[in-house]
Structures are given as structure tokens and as C-alpha cells.
Design a protein around this ligand. Structure first.
Ligand code: AMP
Length: 358
């Protein structure tokens, strides 16, 4: 079977690496000449909205998926009219607009931060009066890794915040005083079976995911599973879905979801029976899902901006290095390290050692 992927970055690369042992072949549509998936997948060089390239992809592949959520929803709709295409275009369209994303959470009784839609400076002023708290302004579209956002501590910050997002259609959210940030990753098959990975606690630096700690048996697992299952079923979803959550005491608030394999799920490559990449492929190809059972005490650290000396990293007994074959550049994710240890103490020791190396 040949899997087409819109996008040829590290997620496509890791999908292909996970899919080759299943006998799958891969073809990507990607505009960048130096795409890091090129070593493991055939590449069609072209824009995501190039209709002739999309037709070529549909002709060559048996099923199509995508590796990031800013591919045009129309391209996915077009591909869906020609061949099976998962996750569904509606999931992509919802997540491309933060207002629609918030609406679906609310419709499914999944709690979120209080929010207001903002189209003008006046809307922002009124919303800040209603929210009456510190807030965060986010463009409705095309924001990721903290881009297209501005924090407001008080009404004095309104004009600067509005300029920061260049007056684009936005939402403003009350700041959630969270204890921890979590994500949950789940997969749904073509026939509606679902499986969830354990909750992952995430920490960010300058808006970019820095590290993830797997929280096996967290008391909030059942609640997180309930929320993500509602989303999966509502959207008749197929593939891997990631839901980002804020924990406040014994409550969870949804922040956003990503209709794709997710950075906070990279630990599954070495820390779960079947990793998120393989499970995504199993789902979109109509194969039985694999077990999401964790294999130990697990953490993941991203390599951002520069490549460290890899020898001491590889000398750690439970470290697995994953490089993306990307040129190092400030703020750019170029790889990650998974630690999968048999007990908590070993994980803490190796995590400390790793942090001092990076
Ligand atoms: P986002 O692009 O929505 O994932 O936001 C990036 C980061 O900003 C999140 O991982 C949080 O650390 C923080 N953040 C976003 N929205 C809120 C909120 N409503 N309350 C508190 N922190 C937030």
C-alpha cells in the first residue's frame, strides 16, 4: 500500500520510518527542496494547493494523510473526492480556526478558558471588560508554537496586543491559572475502535515544547480519555488526534487539538508497544490498532536550535536519539531524545544527566 502525505517534515519522516516495517511505501507533496522526509519517502515537489500535483498524489497513493494542520482544508477536501483521506477534512477545518475549535469543545461540554471573538479593537476592549482578568489574544488562524499571540496583563496592554497580532481576526481568552500542562494522544480506526496513550505532562520554553514526562496512572487519565473520545466520535475521526489540556486541581480545560501525530507523543517510539506513528498508519490504512501500553518510566526532550555532542547522550543506558536531518537554526526542532527506564529513580538520574548535557 502507498501512503500519500501532505507535508514532508519530521512528522512525515517518522511516519515513513514507522511504516516501512509494515510494508508500506510513502510519497509526500512538499514545497521545500530539502525536505527531511526525502530520505525515506518519494517526494512530489510542489505547493499544497497545486491541483495537478494533488491529482498526481491521488493517482500514485492508495490513501492520503497530512502531517501538519496548516495544509489547505480545500486540498484535503479535493483529495477526499478522489481517494480515502484521513483524518477527515472537517477536523482540519475546525482546528484551523480557534473560534470553531472552542465552539466544538463547548458543544461537547469540554471545559475551556472563558473567551470572546475579537474582530476589532473595540471588540477587544469590550471583551477585556467582560473577562475582567489577565488574558491572551490569539489569531484565529495560522498560529502555532506561541506565534500570533499576545499576553495582556491589564487594559493598558490592549493597543500593543492588538498591534502585535496585526489586527487579524482573533479570540481573547482568560488566562487559566494552570498547575500543569498535559496532552493526551488517542487513535481511532476506520471502524470506530479507539485507544488512548497515558497522559503526558509538557513543559514549554518560549512557546515551544521543551520536554514531556509520561504520567502513567494519573488520576485525571479517565477524564482526559472521556474528553478526547467525545471529540474522536463527534468528528468521525480516523487517525491520531492530540488534545492539549490545562490542569487546575482535579479539573481539565481544553486548550486546542491537533489532527495529527504530535510532538508530545514522540516518546511512544521507544516507550509504548505501538508508537503513535505506526498507530496513525494502522488507522488510516484500515488495519487493526496496536497496543498503547507504556513500557516503563518515560520522558522526551526536544533538541532545539543546535545539535549537542551526541556521544555522551548515546552513552546513557536508556536514551534513544532521533534526528530529523534538518539544518540547525535558532528555534528550530532538529531532533529529540526519548528515555525509557525500568524505574522512576533511573529516569530521574538520566534525565538530570541529559539536561546537563543539553
Ligand atoms: P497555544 O498556541 O494555544 O498552544 O498556546 C501556547 C502556550 O501558551 C500554551 O502551551 C500555554 O502555556 C499558554 N497558554 C495558551 N492559552 C492559555 C490560557 N488561556 N491560559 C493560560 N496559558 C495559556
Amino acid at each position: 500500500m502507498i501512503v500519500g502525505i501532505l507535508g514532508g517534515g519530521q512528522l512525515a519522516r517518522m511516519l515513513a520510518l514507522a511504516g516501512h516495517p509494515l510494508g508500506l511505501k510513502f510519497i509526500t507533496l512538499e514545497p521545500a527542496k530539502d525536505a527531511c522526509s526525502a530520505a525515506v519517502a518519494e517526494q512530489l515537489l510542489g505547493a499544497y494547493d497545486d491541483e495537478s500535483k494533488l491529482s498526481e498524489l491521488a493517482d500514485k497513493a492508495d490513501v492520503v494523510t497530512f502531517e501538519f494542520e496548516n495544509v489547505p482544508a480545500d486540498s484535503v477536501t479535493l483529495l477526499s473526492s478522489k481517494i480515502p483521506c484521513y483524518p477527515p477534512a472537517n477536523a482540519l477545518a475546525i482546528t484551523q480556526d480557534r473560534l470553531n475549535e472552542k465552539k466544538i469543545f463547548n458543544q461537547l461540554n469540554i471545559p475551556t478558558a472563558p473567551y470572546r471573538a475579537v474582530d476589532t479593537l473595540d471588540d477587544l476592549k469590550q471583551a477585556m471588560e467582560k473577562l475582567g482578568t489577565a488574558a491572551i489574544l490569539k489569531t484565529r488562524r495560522e498560529g502555532y508554537d506561541g506565534k500570533g499571540q499576545a499576553r495582556l496583563e491589564s487594559a493598558a496592554d490592549i493597543t500593543t496586543a492588538w498591534q502585535t497580532i496585526a489586527g487579524k481576526p482573533a479570540i481573547v481568552e482568560g488566562l487559566v491559572p494552570f498547575d500543569r500542562e498535559f496532552s493526551i494522544i488517542a487513535v481511532r480506526s476506520r471502524t470506530g475502535e479507539t485507544a488512548c496513550y497515558p497522559l503526558t505532562e509538557n513543559s514549554h520554553k518560549r512557546g515551544i515544547l521543551h520536554s514531556s514526562l509520561v504520567r502513567t496512572d494519573d488520576p485525571l487519565q479517565a477524564l482526559a480519555e472521556q474528553y478526547i473520545n467525545k471529540l474522536l466520535n463527534e468528528m468521525s475521526y480516523v487517525g491520531v488526534l492530540a488534545l492539549e489540556l490545562f490542569q487546575v486541581g482535579d479539573q481539565l480545560f481544553a486548550n486546542e487539538f491537533a489532527p495529527r501525530v504530535h510532538n508530545s507523543g514522540h516518546w511512544t517510539q521507544d516507550g509504548a508497544v505501538c508508537c503513535q506513528f505506526e498507530n496513525h498508519l494502522r488507522a488510516v490504512c484500515g488495519l487493526p490498532l496496536g497496543s498503547t501500553r507504556p513500557l516503563g518510566h518515560i520522558a522526551m526532550l526536544n533538541l532545539i536550535g543546535e545539535l549537542p555532542n551526541i556521544n555522551p547522550i548515546l552513552s546513557l543506558p536508556d536514551a534513544h536519539l532521533h534526528l530529523y536531518d534538518k539544518t540547525a537554526r535558532s528555534g528550530r526542532k532538529i531532533g529529540h531524545i526519548n528515555l525509557c527506564c525500568k524505574d522512576k529513580q533511573q529516569l530521574e538520574q538520566q534525565l538530570n544527566a541529559l539536561q546537563s548535557l543539553l
